[in-house]
Design a protein around this ligand. Sequence first.
Ligand code: FAD
Length: 321
Amino acid sequence: MNKKVLVLTESKNGKLRNVSFEALTVAQQLADGGEVIAALLGTGVSGFVEEVNQYGPDKVYVLENEELNTYTTDAYVQALTQLINEVQADVILLGHTAIGKDVAPRVAAKFAAGLVADCTGADLENGEIVFTRPIYAGKAFQKKVFNQGKVFATLRPNNVELKKNPVQAEVIPFQPVIKDLRTVVKEIVRKATSGVDLSEAKIIISGGRGVKGKEGFEPLQELAELLGGAVGASRGACDAEYCDYSLQIGQTGKVVTPDLYIACGISGAIQHLAGMSNSKTIVAINKDPEAPIFQVADYGIVGDLFEVVPLLTEEFKKALV
Ligand code: FAD
């Protein structure tokens, strides 16, 4: 095999994203005696080398460049294309994040290569790379086999168990030529959200139309903060303007795979399930015992969320003292 596997790492709010470590873990499996190459893009990113070294790269390419500090499609496409040519990568792994979803198909098209999007895993089977990805809104899994040419893949966050393999990788500065940018980011205005990134959260407390209003999210927020989790929502809740669309989980929202998903006042429409049914443990709180969400739930609580959620919070407070 001896593949060269390149991982495009990503940072957010001054921290490397967990999905980058997951991609490096997968890269170690796929390289099979070849090379794992990590790429760090932006300014001040050489500070991440030590962390990246925990996941077994052979080489770390550091692309310290002002133009890569804030994501723009043009700059990242140019930088990644030049880096792939430089290192002659066979497999290119990215997170299935906003950046990964934008840049991967564009660069794959430049190399006339295939892209397997939204993978939940990748393995070597008889010398061939086999990617696993959900289909039919997460009801089934498809295996895609690649045995020749370059291949790109984006990995869904929270699906790979991290495997550390501390090394001292060779650190190589690389300066791509970035020009003719069509967009310039002048300012980033962040929405006020809890500190936990929804797509990588280990615990999500989600609210649906059953929360009945903006204030209805408050008990969910309190529970999420207590557990170090994030708040999510159904489209029903977003459409009703109880919360921002950035919280929407589902087919047309974010796809999440937390360890614990607590659905409060969510009926369990197929479009919602598409975004959360692969969560490791699902708890549903709903007044209606016939609500479809109970069909995917590991634990179901038939009851009023405004009674159940504060009770859960109280119990967790006692347990966490
Ligand atoms: P409802 O279906 O109205 O359910 C509310 C639930 O709350 C009910 O089950 C009720 O019993 C329960 N309830 C009410 N009061 C209480 C209480 N006090 N305590 C406990 N339970 C209570 N939806 C998504 O979520 N994500 C998507 O990405 C998405 N994409 C879509 C894409 C398309 C093309 C289409 C057509 C639809 C999409 N939808 C999506 C919408 C989806 O079909 C549903 O309409 C939506 O998920 C319903 O939201 P809900 O469960 O919050 O509301």
